[in-house]
Design a protein around this ligand. Sequence first.
Ligand SMILES: Cc1ncc(COP(=O)(O)O)c(C=O)c1O
Length: 373
Amino acid sequence: MKPASRLSLLKPSPIRAITDGTPPGAIPLGLGEPTWALPEPARLALLRPAGPCGYVPHVGLPDLRKAVATFHGATVDEVLITTGSQGALFSLFQAWVEPGTKVLVPDPGFVAYPALARMAGAVPVTYPLSPDHFRLDAEALLQVLEATPDASAVLLNLPSNPTGGGGDLAALRRVAAACEARGLLLISDEVYRDLHFGVRPPGLRDVTDCGVVVSSVSKGWGAPGLRVGWAIGDPAWLTPARVVHGYAVTGTATPAQWAALALIEHSDAILAEARAAILERWEALATALNRELGQTVTPPDGTFYHFMPLPTEAHADPLAFALRLRDEAGVVAIPGLAFGEGGRGHLRLSFAATPEQLQEGIKRLAPYWKPRP
Ligand SMILES: Cc1ncc(COP(=O)(O)O)c(C=O)c1O
């Protein structure tokens, strides 16, 4: 048996190499998901009274589309409900990325972007983030775009997995104008936008309604297992993606859409609680880093990721270093190199873990950052 040749373009994720084989008792700082309970409105919505559980329209449950539209300041026909934001990304790529073209993706960036580009028959081309805090650097992105005449799509992720860096309005405006001038699909993945520390970071719709924003209930609303996400944009971009999504999965599970509707209807309280949860965890992490390693750290623009500089001697083989942390220290964390060459000098720590796990995890990691006698 031989799988289709397009599969040969997909490399196994180094994240799996770290998380598979996690020893018992290891502190999980690798997870990219909330660890707190599914908020009550969703739990109640899943206990639905007797009645059918039928299909809903391919574009999503009408009330959920309405609620998502209101949340994003969009119209209902600008909303496509998908199976996670991943379902939105897959469908947009399949619908719009012509085989043989190029897709611009951040480096470091979410591991799925290059894979989705390859599955669409395209070649991922990376653009760097700013050298200081790994934020969107419009100048750097536009240089790559200019050198890529056969680009078909550009991906932004604000705030970023794995770095937590966002972007400012001026940078977003420049990138949006350049993509619009070339008629390129600009996708802004904003799944972490509501997990911020203080001011809500800017999003693409603050500067244009020409691109497509993708998001989901997976991070801010604490419900990755529901698998409900969406794409927001001009129906001209969404209609072909709806065709792909419809043939791939028909639609997102109906009970999951009931629960997602309940979550969005209670957004103010749920998102505020999620922010309080990550702030408490961030403070535990920052205190532990200061106590154990003397480091003073500032919170990311958003997300629950801390992109921690690695000791210089770990740069040559960050995967081996992360495996030592896992097997000797009992801490699971993801080497930045898993997200691209630009992440080589860093380790992604997820602080979605409990404050106690964070304190214990940093205590265990500390000896590996201290110069050896
Ligand atoms: C940046 C980013 N985008 C998209 C996703 C996919 O999330 P979901 O499909 O659960 O919305 C993730 C998941 O970790 C992510 O980190």
